[in-house]
Design a binder for this molecule. Structure first.
Ligand SMILES: [Cu+2]
Length: 214
């Protein structure tokens, strides 16, 4: 266990109207889930208890990344905790996870093949961070029409120098983070550039979706 990404997810609504939160923890390298604890309220005590339980079970990771640093660590020291900003925390308007796969369901983006894929809808001027994760057994070069993609991280590691690509090659098991600035209104196709993953004699299918800039 090297790097844990912790989060507190709110707004889990039960049928009877009660709202709950979930403390989640994922090890960045193994993608192993170390915490998935439902709590009544996301205050320091239950959140820290969930973290302590995970530390007792899995040992101490080298690093912990979280946007909720104070609630996780606030109770553990006498002084207020110092939180080091996460290099992933570039200001973005929207985070999009895009899971690429080629398995029993065919060529899919987030488990769906075109035309069932969900478009990414954004407002003009927004910056979005797309995290590609290739769960399949083939490479998938992802091309976004008309808009360059700024590659900022690979497999959870921030690149020393970000660079621009039109087509982002994602190998099996890889995770790649890109920033996209939605400057032009319109519908921009986003698809795998191995064309037989995206197009057949009957038209588009599989790894095709679109970014709709409003
Ligand atoms: Cu592909």
């Amino acid at each position: 266990m090297e790097l844990w990404q912790l989060d507190v997810m709110g707004g889990v609504k039960l049928k009877n109207g009660i709202q709950l939160s979930v403390v989640t923890g994922i090890d960045d390298h193994s993608r192993f889930c170390v915490i998935a604890k439902v709590i009544a309220r996301a205050t320091a005590r239950p959140v820290c208890d969930a973290l302590l339980e995970a530390l007792n079970t899995y040992g101490i990771p080298e690093q912990i990344l979280t946007d909720n640093g104070k609630v996780f660590t606030g109770r553990l020291g006498r002084k207020p905790a110092t939180t080091i900003p996460d290099a992933h925390d570039v200001p973005v308007d929207r985070d999009v996870t895009m899971i690429l796969n080629n398995g029993p369901l065919g060529f899919t983006l987030n488990g769906k093949g075109f035309p069932a894929t969900a478009p990414i809808v954004v407002n003009q001027g927004n910056t979005l961070r797309i995290r590609y994760m290739n769960e399949g057994l083939q490479v998938h070069p992802m091309h976004l029409h008309g808009v360059p993609q700024k590659v900022i991280a690979r497999d959870g590691h921030i690149l020393p120098t970000a660079h621009w690509e039109d087509t982002v090659l994602v190998a099996p098991g890889q995770r790649i983070d890109v920033l996209v600035k939605a400057t032009e209104p319109g519908t921009w196709a986003l698809h795998c550039h191995i064309l037989n993953h995206a197009e057949s004699e009957n038209g588009m299918f599989g790894m095709v979706t679109a970014m709709l800039v409003q």
